[in-house]
Structure formats: structure tokens, C-alpha cells
Design a protein around this ligand. Structure first.
Ligand SMILES: CC(C)(COP(=O)(O)OP(=O)(O)OC[C@H]1O[C@@H](n2cnc3c(N)ncnc32)[C@H](O)[C@@H]1OP(=O)(O)O)[C@@H](O)C(=O)NCCC(=O)NCCS
Length: 179
């Protein structure tokens, strides 16, 4: 696939609202489907109902737009959408679940990658989470997903541990950031 070089000023980062759903939910599902067809993909792709949850008050969808075109998205899960894997960790640290958010997925359209859009969207995602009053963010990545790990590392996340398998996703690096 051809890649596209961009000026970062052309890209707008913003939360997608319910008014955006009819326009952009199909694009999100298309991006997920395209990623699921990549043999080398290290992203767990879910059924549409998973992504639907983030249009409710349980989550947020942050979009990267060029004009009217959605070229990437990141999912922020609030308390109800924090994976079970984190529960004992939160208990151990005495962190209240309602203070926490989870970075559940980020996808940039393949032809727009390596233009720093993922980095800028991830920064926007963290700032948005903080503005919502969250104090902690959690995320996981496949150990071989260098792009994903760079986003977390550059975003100031710390390594918490590694597990062999999680929700049929294979091995996962566990990451945490205090906001
Ligand atoms: C991961 C992803 C979101 C990165 O988006 P992007 O717009 O290409 O990211 P950027 O251009 O901002 O690059 C971010 C960092 O990752 C590095 N990177 C990105 N893709 C990489 C790759 N395939 N291999 C190695 N490093 C990579 C960049 O060099 C950059 O690091 P640096 O700033 O320290 O130099 C994108 O590759 C993607 O959508 N992948 C498929 C879905 C996925 O795996 N999502 C993450 C798991 S939730």
C-alpha cells in the first residue's frame, strides 16, 4: 500500500460525539477489518459490539481527522471498560477504579502510518483522559508490537509486567501511567 506524507498541521484531533456516530462508526469498523486482514498484525480485533461500547458514557473515541476523513482512532475506556486483568493490581495499589481509564485500541489507517499521527493522537488521548478527571491510565501491548510500545514509552508509561495470554490476545506487556 502506498504511504502518504503529511504536514501535521493538516490533522485535527478531537473526541467523536454521538452526532458523529453515523458518519464515523462505519469507518472505524472498516479500519478494524482492514487491520484484521493483515497477516502480520499484532492487534486484537474485536466484533463491532466491542467498539459500540465506546459511544456510550462508558468510554470515549478520539479521532484523527484530515478534513472530513477519519484516518485513525483511539479508544478510552472508563471504569466499566477496564479489563479484569487490572483489578487485582488496582486493589494492591489501593487505586479506586473510577479514577482509572484504559487505552483499549489505537489504529491509524495503514497508508497514513509513520507520519507521527499515532503519537499525536496518543498525546491527545492522554490529555483528554486527564481532563476527564482520570488519575491513572492502563494499557497492554503485544511484546513484538514496536509501534505500540513506542507510543506507550514516549507517553511516559511504565512497565508493570508481562503475561502469557489475556482474552485470547496472546502475550501482553502491561503498562501504567499516573496522570
Ligand atoms: C501503532 C500505530 C498506531 C502507530 O501509528 P503511527 O501513526 O504510525 O505512529 P507514529 O508515526 O507516531 O510513530 C510512533 C512511534 O512508533 C514507531 N513506530 C511506528 N510504527 C512502527 C513499526 N512498524 N516498527 C517500528 N517502530 C514503529 C515510530 O518510529 C515512532 O517512534 P519514535 O517517535 O520513538 O521515533 C500504527 O502502526 C497502527 O495503527 N498499527 C496497527 C494497530 C496497532 O497495532 N495498534 C496498537 C495496538 S493497540
Amino acid at each position: 500500500m502506498d504511504s502518504i506524507e503529511l504536514q501535521s498541521s493538516h490533522v485535527e484531533y478531537r473526541p467523536l460525539t454521538l452526532q458523529d456516530k453515523s458518519t464515523y462508526f462505519p469507518t472505524i469498523l472498516t479500519l478494524v477489518h482492514a487491520e484484521s486482514q493483515q497477516p502480520q498484525s499484532l492487534l486484537k480485533c474485536w466484533s463491532p459490539s466491542f467498539y459500540e461500547q465506546f459511544w456510550t458514557s462508558d468510554g470515549s473515541i478520539l479521532g484523527a481527522l484530515i478534513g472530513e476523513t477519519l484516518v485513525g482512532f483511539a479508544l478510552l475506556g472508563f471504569s466499566a471498560l477496564i479489563p479484569a486483568i487490572w483489578v487485582s493490581y488496582l486493589d494492591d495499589l489501593g487505586i479506586r477504579r473510577e479514577q482509572c481509564g484504559a487505552c483499549r485500541s489505537i489504529i491509524i489507517a495503514a497508508s497514513y502510518r509513520r507520519n507521527a499521527i499515532g503519537s499525536a493522537l496518543f498525546q491527545f488521548h492522554m490529555g483528554y483522559a486527564q481532563a476527564q478527571g482520570l488519575k491513572h491510565l492502563f494499557g497492554t501491548a503485544h511484546p513484538d508490537n514496536t509501534g505500540s510500545l513506542r507510543l506507550f514509552q514516549n507517553g511516559g508509561f511504565s512497565l508493570v509486567g508481562q503475561i502469557d495470554a489475556h482474552e485470547s490476545m496472546g502475550p501482553r506487556i502491561l503498562l501504567h501511567k499516573s496522570l
